[in-house]
Ligand binder design. Sequence first.
Ligand SMILES: N[C@@H](CCC(=O)N[C@@H](CS)C(=O)NCC(=O)O)C(=O)O
Length: 230
Amino acid sequence: MIDLHYWPTPNGHKITLFLEEAGLPYTIHPVDIGKGEQFRPEFLAIAPNNRMPAIVDHEPAGGGAPLAIFETGAILLYLAEKTGRFLPADLPGRFEAIQWLMWQMGGLGPMAGQNHHFNIYAPEKIPYAQDRYVRETARLYGVLDKRLADRPFVAGEYSIADMAAYPWIVPHEAQGQKLDDFPNLKRWFETIAARPATITAYEKGKAVSSGNQPMSEEQRRVLFGTPAAR
Ligand SMILES: N[C@@H](CCC(=O)N[C@@H](CS)C(=O)NCC(=O)O)C(=O)O
């Protein structure tokens, strides 16, 4: 059994996408990041960066003690290795998927995250920052669109690279993007959205929190004003 420490945000959805696709049994442990639950000592013991998601696998491959993993890129790689699924087996194919996973972790995720921050959450509107991240998000959408021009998924077959990127395209309107400007990306997005595992993953997210309420001052203070735990 896998314990998933989770809140339904783009990074959280990446892991439920995988777990639902693979049919692995898991238990969701909500980490309400607006209430500061990511700073609880028991969560920090498995995720020292005070960011969710994180997993604990009570039956790691090869036996041994329960294994805790944080960082979604590492979690997706671990789950792919554990199940032998959603990561090509051949060396070139594997590294195609891994390099696009790293592209998401180092590019699309952080840039779209800053886009959300300056356009949705920041109490002070800074046009330079808003524009900078909308344009950088558009550039990254363009890179992905081009990549998808001659293949159905980022690394050929549906893989952890797609699962990492998809949840960051879901809020495209809030990011100031129009999918009609990126036709290959749009086709890819609609294909993944229609997968039964995607539908279930997002339904499970809604059961944990429906999101969408405006952020309170207290949530803003917790999320954007809390120093690292010592
Ligand atoms: N690079 C990390 C990012 C995780 C992350 O930023 N999680 C956010 C939610 S999407 C979080 O837990 N935020 C809590 C906070 O900012 O205190 C990963 O991929 O796991």
